[in-house]
Design a protein around this ligand. Structure first.
Ligand code: PPS
Length: 568
């Protein structure tokens, strides 16, 4: 029978006095600014979460971990923890040299004695560790498109832990958690790993798992890096705090784990188990498709639904942590309770809401029933994902000078302000060039910079729930697409092509600029002596010839309404 070991797990920190001295000396060393993922890895290396590792893997350990899931000495370790760097930084480095590892603010957190420097075979790493060299896997995509081409390995001297200002009271090192369990007399602890908000089914299954093995329960959510597109950890932690009230206080606790997940399914499950073992946990819940990365580029699952459980089971004796297989819980309407899917009788009504359906309901402000989640959890999720009609968005007009962009944009702004509800900001071409881009001219490079600046401001407005109306010429399709991508991560982007022909713009020549352009007095004039790439697929194309401004603005409003961005 497993029970918690009382010995502390080894950390890599030196004493505060030595750290001060080493920090001053390390200021002279070549230094590497850690990426977000490396920062998470470093924290768990230093605090013993990744014990027995004593630093980023050297080449022999890396090769062995990739091929056999074991360090070179045979110890089970399924995940390569590597320090990837640029060619440029690698150039001057020699094995034997010390380097300083810094956080994004430049604070030196650790010194690494570089023992190994090599260029990994990333395709091989992807095949072996993640099961396929397929960019649809988030960690494979990271490996090829974000991670540097050279790896460094070597032991670490920890000077200080990365600083967190959020949820400080909820973060514990492995030794802090061990001490907490010891103090409370918790000899058996079952951990639940999660990167999603918890709903009633999760509460039910974790509670049952703890009862089944007669253990205390640790909710151990990941707040480092999870799968792209997940609910942000601030929202999740508020949700977890709401769910925590549903457990008997004396039996359950929660602690946040600053892990950078890889979504590596079976290998990740074993890795998660080893990390939890280091945190003083004796049992670990492994569910269906644990740490699954979603579909591959052929639309199939990367791993079988029970591969993670099988691999964990195979190694659990060696790991010293026991798996509690997670049962898929479903809501049985007739009995008004959750039951394991494999234990229910035929003929009863089973209710379920998938993750996709939940997101749709949140987006559209639809009902989320009480049997599915807790009212406080739903309230938190709604606060973060209000319905589209309350989210920020950007309306991006593009067209020739004098096409009518500014006039229509102004009319739209006034109509939206009349409706009220969200702040509206107009980023008109001329206004932006006066306040944001006064030093820029009209070369391609300057126009692109100008549009990227407008895009940045619009993305901030959109993120914070406002309406940004932009009205530059924005002649280049690729730049408009880049702005769209930035904004769509935060809210809707509605592109409107004001399709007034160049002939009509020149005929109107409101500012007299076309005449000057024809005379060569203004160079690089869009449509006359500079290109304009018309949008191929805008959300709306406005034909201004023979119609008035009010009608054009009405068409935009109708489009916004059909997209669910404004409601009656
Ligand atoms: S861009 O290409 O999107 O950065 O242009 P934008 O910031 O919208 O600025 C266009 C306004 O600047 C005036 N202007 C010129 N336009 C095009 N080409 C040249 N060479 C040029 N020089 C000055 C012009 O008045 C544009 O205003 P709008 O409001 O579009 O008529």
């Amino acid at each position: 029978m497993l029970s918690q070991s009382h010995a502390p797990v080894p950390e890599l920190y030196v004493s505060p006095d030595s750290a001060e001295k080493l920090k001053r000396e390390a200021a002279e060393l070549p230094s590497w600014d850690l990426s977000a993922r490396q920062l998470c890895d470093l924290e768990l290396l230093m605090n013993g979460g990744f014990a027995p590792l004593r630093g980023f893997l050297g080449q022999a350990d890396y090769d062995s971990v990739v091929d056999t899931m074991r360090l070179a000495d045979g110890t089970l370790w399924p995940m390569p923890i590597t320090l990837d760097i640029s060619e440029q930084f690698a150039e001057g480095l020699e094995p034997g040299q010390d380097i300083a590892l810094r956080d994004p603010e430049g604070v030196i957190l650790a010194v690494m004695n570089v023992t190994d420097k090599w260029s990994p075979d990333k395709a091989h790493e992807a095949e072996k560790v993640f099961g396929a060299d397929d960019l649809a896997h988030p960690a494979v995509n990271y490996l090829h498109n974000t991670a540097g081409p050279v790896y460094l390995g070597g032991p670490l001297t920890g000077l200080q832990s990365p600083v967190h200002y959020d949820f400080r009271a909820r973060r514990d090192t492995p030794n802090e958690l061990r001490a907490y369990f010891r103090k409370l007399g918790w000899r058996k602890v079952v951990a639940f790993q999660t990167r999603n908000p918890l709903h009633r089914a999760h509460q039910e299954l974790t509670f049952r798992a703890a009862k089944e093995v007669q253990a205390n329960l640790l909710i151990h959510p990941v707040v480092g890096l999870t799968k792209p597109g997940d609910v942000d950890h601030f929202t999740r932690v508020r949700c977890y705090e709401a769910v925590l009230d549903q457990y008997p206080a004396a039996t359950t606790t929660m602690s946040l784990l600053n892990l950078a997940m890889r979504m590596a399914g079976p290998r990740e499950a074993v890795w998660h188990g080893l990390i939890r073992k280091n945190h003083g946990v004796t049992h670990f819940i492994v569910g269906r498709d644990h740490a699954g990365p979603g579909k591959n580029s052929a639309g199939e699952d990367f791993y079988g639904p029970y591969d993670a459980q099988d691999l964990f089971r195979e190694h659990q004796a060696e790991m010293g942590i026991e798996m509690v297989p997670f049962k898929h819980m479903v809501y049985v309407q007739e009995r008004a309770q959750y039951e394991p899917a494999d234990e229910i009788d035929q003929g009863v009504t089973v209710l379920n809401i998938s993750g996709t359906e939940l997101r749709r309901r949140l987006r559209e402000g639809l009902e989320i029933p009480d049997w599915f989640s807790f009212p406080d959890v739903v309230k938190e999720l709604r606060r973060t994902s209000p319905p589209r009609s309350r989210q920020g968005f950007t309306v991006f007009f593009t067209g020739f000078s004098g096409s009518g962009k500014s006039t229509i944009a102004n009319a739209l702004m006034v109509k939206l302000m009349e409706m009220g509800g969200r702040p509206v900001t107009l980023l008109d071409g001329d206004v932006v060039r006066k306040h944001l881009s006064s030093e820029l001219g009209f070369s391609k490079e300057h126009r692109d910079l100008n549009i990227r600046r407008i895009g940045y401001v619009a993305s901030e407005i959109t993120k914070n729930g406002g309406i940004a109306i932009c009205a530059p010429i924005a002649p280049y399709a690729a730049t408009r697409r880049a702005v769209r991508e930035d904004i769509e991560a935060l809210g809707a982007f509605v592109e409107i092509h004001v399709a007034t022909s160049i002939e009509e713009c020149e005929r109107r020549d409101r500012k007299g600029l076309y005449k000057l352009a024809r005379e060569g007095k203004i160079k690089e004039f869009t449509g006359i002596s500079d290109p304009y790439e018309a949008p191929l697929d805008p959300e709306l194309r406005l034909d201004t010839e023979g119609t008035d401004v009010d009608f054009c603005a009405q068409q935009v409003l109708l489009k916004l309404e059909s997209l669910g961005l404004i409601s009656a």
